[in-house]
Design a protein around this ligand. Structure first.
Ligand SMILES: Cc1cc2nc3c(=O)[nH]c(=O)nc-3n(C[C@H](O)[C@H](O)[C@H](O)COP(=O)(O)O)c2cc1C
Length: 226
């Protein structure tokens, strides 16, 4: 597919077929992402691709520890709570997803169930854990580099019929992830991407989230008459 079409048609997938994703296909996807530019060509990214029992232990540990402690234990700094326009956009996409999934806004139990799905990485058959080299922990560029790598991976996956959701919740309990996936100490766990073939009968997979317009995003100077 053309990039234009991929960019406009891709959406996050949160319901997956219980079908394995061949390693050769994952290799292809990662190879595309490996072409991502990075600061001074440092390529500070690593991915740990997990499935089967390892992923199941991560799901269970992440969920149990979230229920026990009620708060994330990540290796990166995160926001406490979005405010203002960010909060509005967060609520809007949540409302779209809940509506598609048949979850009432006031239904605490169903909302909790949705959060649990996130902790379980939406029961995806594959989780791709994204890390950066720990010695770059203070380099904002390294996180930027990994972010670009992750987007390239998601787009390459979509192009091959593989759905994905970038899933912060899946690594909220990063110590569990570190232990179960045997992440080396010199790498920092930043994010995970849940991947698999999209389920056909999962309406939240069809949600098209909204975007700000170019006029709202971009400020031009010196373009008079251009
Ligand atoms: C860094 C990052 C973390 C995310 N974490 C989660 C998450 O924990 N749970 C979730 O359901 N979606 C998560 N998402 C997906 C976003 O909600 C989604 O990309 C956004 O709403 C836009 O929707 P779209 O991907 O369908 O275009 C995350 C996305 C990014 C980039």
């Amino acid at each position: 597919m053309e990039f234009q079409q991929l960019a406009f048609e891709r959406r996050s997938i949160r319901g997956f077929k219980q079908e394995p994703v061949p390693k050769a296909l994952l290799d292809e996807i990662i190879e595309v992402a490996a072409q991502t530019p990075s600061s001074m060509n440092t390529q500070p990214w690593h991915v740990h691709v997990v499935t089967g029992d390892v992923l199941d232990r991560i799901r269970t540990g992440n969920t149990e520890r979230m229920l026990e402690t009620g708060k994330p234990d990540r290796e990166i700094r995160g926001h406490v709570r979005y405010e203002g326009a960010h909060r509005d956009r967060q609520k809007r996409v949540a409302a779209q997803l809940f509506e598609a999934a048949g979850i009432g806004w006031e239904d605490k139990e169903q909302r909790q169930d949705w959060a649990m799905r996130g902790f379980r990485q939406f029961d995806a058959p594959v989780s791709v854990i994204g890390c950066i080299d720990r010695d770059l922990i203070d380099s904002t560029e390294a996180y930027f580099d990994l972010g670009q790598f992750v987007y390239a991976m998601v787009i390459a996956a979509w192009d091959r019929g593989v759905g994905a959701v970038i899933n912060g919740q899946g690594i909220y309990q990063s110590s569990v992830v570190r232990e179960e996936a045997s992440i080396p100490e010199d790498q920092l766990i930043v994010i995970t991407v849940a991947m698999g073939f999209p389920a056909d009968d999962f309406p939240a997979n069809d949600v098209v989230s909204e975007r700000r317009s170019v006029e709202e995003i971009a400020t031009y100077r010196g373009f008079d008459g251009l």
